[in-house]
Structures are given as structure tokens and as C-alpha cells.
Design a protein around this ligand. Structure first.
Ligand code: 7TS
Length: 407
């Protein structure tokens, strides 16, 4: 592997800081990644040189801002290999993308319909569907987990019926880091004529995505987890489906004509982008995609796999550590607990923080998984391309201290 990690690290100013007198070891990338200088500079440059509202002005600044924003849309189109750039809808993030789809389906679904999700979802891929089912009377069904905490895909055939309209699943679980078998889910759902929404929040930063090959109907992700700014995300939808659905928010930019009686709507993608967008965020996300491409998403994937495998190997040295879904394929994250009675994941997290090591603890906004294991939470170490095996060793040393103190 010819990755120059020190060169990559040098592009992330925050990695130079200390926490509690120690060098920062940032292993909370599943929550949000750090930002490279090129993204920070792009945000500054936008406000210093181009700031204007988009798609409105005849003046030069407005045209330049519009061009930069649309260039970013095309970068994201290429990043996930969408067929058309107008299939890329900018949102505030994964949560808003899912809420957009669930809201526009309010007048499409009926009490006769069924939605299938899974027990391994983030709350943002559960609650919007519960709300939609409350509002329409549609039924919500779950693909269950095996004892080990992986999707029991053998149950899918029984769950799918002619009433199934939508199946929603994450490609990688944020809570356990497990890779889900989305190919087979998409294939079986399509055989029943159902649409599939893929939550790619935890996969887009780590793995190559090709929506045409995947053949998903919707795919959502967040910019801030893939080296981009907060507050910006993407909803991909197939052109014909997006065209057939009603708009989400009403307002400026999403209309063709407005009279006092009624409105007609703009073409894609603008139909779903009411109001002034996060122009700087969109351009910043384009810079984040450039950063990823400068290394190569497959290279990032392969390197991070080494990190995850090494972490599982090191954690396995301790009989006091329980790793969840240990034998499943992992991507980007590993979740575990200390087997001591009365010890909470946050106790471990606090000891690690004293050593400058950032991990996430708790239920990771995925409470059904915690209920499955009958635990309040886990400790999660999650990775980005700037992490190193040396950092994992530091984390393991910190964990040894936690085992000594809490055992
Ligand atoms: N779906 C998955 C799989 C996620 O991991 C997250 C965020 C979301 C949806 C929501 O993304 P947002 O950008 O709209 O908030 N996951 C986490 C996490 O694991 N720790 O903090 C946020």
C-alpha cells in the first residue's frame, strides 16, 4: 500500500491539537469526520470571492456561485455514478433526505401498503417511517437480527408481499459497523415491485458507490461524515420516480409558475430544493469529493479495512472485551463493551478521553439494536483515512488502563 498517511494527516489541521495534554486520537468518525484544508479553504474562498444567491441573478457573482454549485452537483453525480445530475438533490443531511422521501409519500401510500425496514437502523431510518405509517395507516415491518447481531435475511421472503411499497436499509450499520447485504435486498424487493431506499451515511465515506449498478431507487448520505461541511447532504433518486412524486417544501426556486390559485413546479432537481440552499456547504462538499478522489475511494476502503481488521485483532486479545457481530464483515467501525457488571460504555469513553482518545459511547441513535443485545450502549471506534495503526495501539493502551481501573 503506497498511501502516504503522514501527508494525508498534514492536510487536517485539527489533528495537530492536544486533548487533555495528549495528542488527539480521533476515532469518532462515524459521528463526523474531520475536514481537510482544501474544504476549509473552499468555504473561505466562496465567501471571500463568490458569495451571491444562486439561480436568480443575471449578475456575474450570482452566475459564478451558480456555476460552482452546479459543478459540485456533477462531482457528486460522478462520485455515486448517477445517470443524471438532476437526480442529485441537496438536503441538510441523511436525516432530511429520509424525511423528504417519507413526507412526499404521505399522499402516495395508503392503509393497504407496507414498508419494510430493519432492526439495525439508525433512528433517522426508523422514526420517519413510523410517522408515515401513523399518518397513512400503512404497516411497518422489520427484518430481524440473528443472535450475533447481523440481519437475518432468511426472513425477508416472508416479510415481502405484494403490499410492500418500500424497503429501507442502511448499507453499513453505524452502531456495529456491519456491512448489510443490500444487493440481495434490492433484488428481492424489486421482484415484488417495491422501491428501495439505501441509507449510505456510513458507507459513502468508506466504499465505492455505483447507484446504477446497485439499482437502488433512493440513496441518502451526509457530507459531514465524508470530510465535507456539516448541514449538507444528498438525496439521490431515480429520475422517473422523483418526477412522479409531489414536492416536499414549497417556496422559492421550486416553482415554474405561481398564481393566487395554484402553482406549477420546476423540473428536477429544483422541484425538491425550495429556498436558498447551503451554497457554501454544497461547494465545500464538492471539495470533499475532490479530496476523496485525490486518494481514491477504493484505496481508502482497502486501507480502512486494514485498520478495522487490526482493531478487531487487537481487541480480541482481551477476554474482558465483547466485540459485537465480531465475525461479520465490518466497514469503518467496531463496537464493543467490557464484560464487567455495572460498567457503562461511557465509563470507558471517559477514561479514553482523559488520554486524548475520542470514541463514541451509548446507544448511537440505534436503540433497537441495543434492545436486541439487552445493553444500554456500546463503545464504538470508527475510522477515517487519516487514522493509523499507531493510533489504534494508543487506543488499546488506553483500553488496558480502563480494564485495570474498572475491572
Ligand atoms: N443514518 C446512519 C446510518 C447514520 O450513521 C447517521 C448518523 C444518520 C443516518 C443521520 O445522519 P445525519 O447526518 O442526518 O445526522 N450517525 C451518527 C453516529 O453514528 N454518531 O453520530 C451520528
Amino acid at each position: 500500500m503506497s498511501l502516504d498517511i503522514q501527508h494525508i494527516r498534514s492536510q487536517f489541521p485539527i489533528l495537530n491539537r492536544e486533548v487533555n495534554g495528549q495528542s488527539l486520537v480521533y476515532l469518532d468518525n462515524g459521528a463526523t469526520s474531520q475536514k481537510p484544508k482544501v474544504v476549509l479553504d473552499t468555504l473561505d474562498t466562496y465567501y471571500e470571492k463568490y458569495n451571491a444567491n444562486v439561480h436568480r441573478g443575471i449578475h456575474t457573482l450570482s452566475q459564478e456561485a451558480t456555476d460552482l454549485m452546479e459543478e459540485s452537483r456533477r462531482k457528486i453525480q460522478a462520485f455515486i455514478n448517477a445517470k443524471h445530475d438532476h437526480e442529485i438533490i441537496f438536503t441538510r443531511g441523511t436525516t432530511e433526505g429520509i424525511n423528504l422521501v417519507s413526507n412526499v409519500l404521505r399522499n402516495v401510500l395508503t392503509a393497504e401498503d407496507e414498508i419494510i425496514i430493519t432492526e439495525i437502523e439508525h433512528h433517522s431510518n426508523i422514526v420517519p417511517w413510523q410517522l408515515l405509517c401513523e399518518r397513512t395507516g400503512a404497516k411497518l415491518k422489520y427484518i430481524p437480527l440473528t443472535k450475533e447481531g447481523i440481519l437475518d435475511i432468511t426472513k425477508l421472503d416472508d416479510l415481502l408481499t405484494d403490499k410492500t411499497k418500500l424497503v429501507c436499509v442502511n448499507q453499513v450499520s453505524n452502531a456495529l459497523g456491519v456491512v448489510n447485504p443490500i444487493e440481495i435486498i434490492i433484488q428481492k424487493a424489486h421482484e415484488k415491485g417495491a422501491w428501495v431506499l439505501i441509507d449510505a451515511a456510513q458507507s459513502a465515506p468508506h466504499t465505492p458507490i455505483d447507484v446504477q449498478k446497485m439499482d437502488c431507487d433512493f440513496l441518502v448520505f451526509s457530507g459531514h461524515k465524508m470530510y465535507g461541511p456539516t448541514g449538507i447532504g444528498v438525496l439521490y433518486g431515480k429520475e422517473d420516480i422523483l418526477n412522479a412524486l409531489p414536492p416536499f417544501h414549497g417556496g422559492g426556486e421550486m416553482i415554474k409558475d405561481v398564481t393566487m390559485e395554484k402553482s406549477t413546479y420546476a423540473c428536477l432537481p429544483f422541484k425538491f430544493e425550495a429556498g436558498t440552499p447551503d451554497i457554501a456547504g454544497i461547494i465545500g462538499l464538492g471539495a470533499a469529493v475532490d479530496f476523496i478522489n485525490s486518494i481514491g475511494i477504493q484505496t481508502i476502503h482497502d486501507y480502512e479495512k486494514e485498520l478495522v481488521d487490526y482493531t478487531i485483532q487487537r481487541l480480541s486479545e482481551f477476554e474482558e472485551v465483547e466485540i459485537y457481530a465480531k465475525d461479520a464483515e465490518h466497514s469503518g467501525a467496531v463496537s464493543f463493551n467490557l464484560k464487567f457488571d455495572g460498567v457503562h460504555s461511557s465509563d470507558v469513553g471517559m477514561i479514553l478521553d482523559k488520554k486524548g482518545i475520542a470514541v463514541r459511547t451509548g446507544h448511537h441513535c440505534a436503540q433497537p439494536i441495543m434492545q436486541h443485545f439487552n445493553i444500554p450502549g456500546t463503545v464504538r471506534a470508527s475510522f477515517a483515512v487519516y487514522n493509523t495503526k499507531a493510533e489504534i495501539d494508543t487506543f488499546i493502551d488506553g483500553l488496558k488502563t480502563a480494564i485495570r481501573m474498572l475491572g
